[in-house]
Design a protein around this ligand. Structure first.
Ligand code: SAM
Ligand code: SF4
Ligand code: SF4
Length: 344
């Protein structure tokens, strides 16, 4: 098992399969600008993703999550799921989606070997939902997609990003709605990922506030973490009707247990969500590198990893900028990588 500079193992790989999305959530891809997406030939193929994933698994990865952009816009995604599910050592195979294309793909995904989906939903109110996602869309269809996923036997969680003055008045409604359906909802503090979303600390509803507000209506108790490195703090309702989670990425950072790597759709490895640099693997893959060469490079990168952006930011200190260190073939962004590009 390889460990980084802070002795953190490599356990979790998030794979972005596309940078495209049919929604324009303001905290991720604000709709007031145009985006240049990667041409198809620039994306890793399913075979390339599976090959790299096997090497990550060799180095300790046990959990995989497919993300994007909107991963279900990538054609025939179930074929990638089948290739990943067949890798020895993969214990958990999940997908994060906005739910818009989930209902009709749920069965194929499940049959291909997907274990779990996380569906993002920030509001149950039609007008508000449309404003939040920047498109004509209906929260009812996302709820229907959740039901379709459950019906085919997928485990489902719901993700809600909470923005003060935008949807924080809906916390109790959302908690109550999914509690009634026996699903765990996780409330996420609005994060300063990327450069486009105009993040300010005063737009963050803190995890503490989120828990308190729900507690007033649905009394609950903290649940001890199930595994090390768990990002969500979980709370169980006292009446036995299930649990909810809160992800305090801003106010209570969890860099100390962060065992996640992120692979971009064009094949660059990012070792932190707030990185300004991804390290290119695609050129190596396409110029005939052996598994040993790829594997050694991966291990060397992980061993050198010293990222802890959220902790440094929370402590008020300077956060490192590694752009200058990046060689020209790497996936260097002009600033922090954008959420729709790296996938959360
Ligand atoms: N399109 C898919 C979706 O929305 O579920 C997958 C990609 S999306 C980038 C992954 C997750 O990141 C979503 O749950 C989204 O709500 C969350 N997210 C995006 N921008 C965020 C931000 N600034 N702060 C917190 N969470 C964010
Ligand atoms: Fe698309 Fe997901 Fe980003 Fe919303 S959060 S714009 S659905 S990638
Ligand atoms: Fe991991 Fe970086 Fe987030 Fe810290 S800031 S938890 S190192 S991704």
């Amino acid at each position: 098992m390889i460990r980084d500079q802070f002795k953190r193992p490599l356990r979790d790989l998030r794979i972005s399969v596309t940078d495209r999305c049919n929604f324009r959530c303001g905290y991720c891809m604000p709709g007031d600008r145009t985006y240049r997406f990667l041409p198809r030939a620039e994306l890793l193929t399913f075979e390339e993703i599976a090959r790299l994933t096997r090497l990550f698994v060799h180095h300790g990865v046990r959990k995989l999550r497919l993300t994007g952009g909107e991963p279900l816009l990538r054609r025939d995604l179930h074929e990638l799921v089948a290739q990943l599910a067949a890798i020895d050592g993969v214990e958990d195979l999940a997908l994060t989606t906005n739910g818009s294309h989930l209902a009709r793909q749920a069965r194929a995904l499940k049959e291909a070997g997907l274990h779990r989906v996380t569906v993002s939903l920030d509001s149950l109110q039609s007008d508000r939902f449309q404003k939040l996602v920047g498109k004509t869309a209906d929260p009812g269809s996302v709820v229907a997609a959740i039901d379709a996923a459950l019906a085919v036997g997928l485990k489902v969680k719901v993700n809600t990003v909470v923005q003060k003055g935008v949807n924080d008045d809906e916390l109790v409604d959302l908690a109550g709605f999914f509690r009634g359906r026996g699903l765990e909802i996780r409330f996420i503090e609005f994060m300063d990922v990327g450069t486009l979303n105009g993040w300010k600390l005063d737009r963050v509803t803190t995890a503490e506030e989120i828990r308190d507000r729900i507690h007033q209506v649905f009394p609950n108790d903290p649940v001890p973490p199930r595994v090390a490195g768990e990002t969500a703090r979980r709370y169980r309702y006292r009446d036995g009707s299930g649990s909810f989670g809160v992800i305090a990425s801003v106010t209570q950072p969890f860099c100390g247990g962060c065992n996640r790597a992120r692979l971009s759709a064009r094949g660059s490895l990012f070792t932190c969500l707030f990185a300004t640099r991804g390290i290119d693997f695609r050129d190596m893959l396409r110029s005939g590198a052996s598994d040993d060469e790829l594997s050694e490079r991966l291990a060397a990168i992980w061993r050198g990893r010293d990222d802890r952006y959220s902790e440094l930011r929370a402590a008020g200190g300077p956060v490192p900028d590694r752009r200058r260190e990046a060689p020209s073939d790497d996936d260097v962004t002009s600033d922090k990588v954008e959420m729709y590009y790296i996938g959360g």
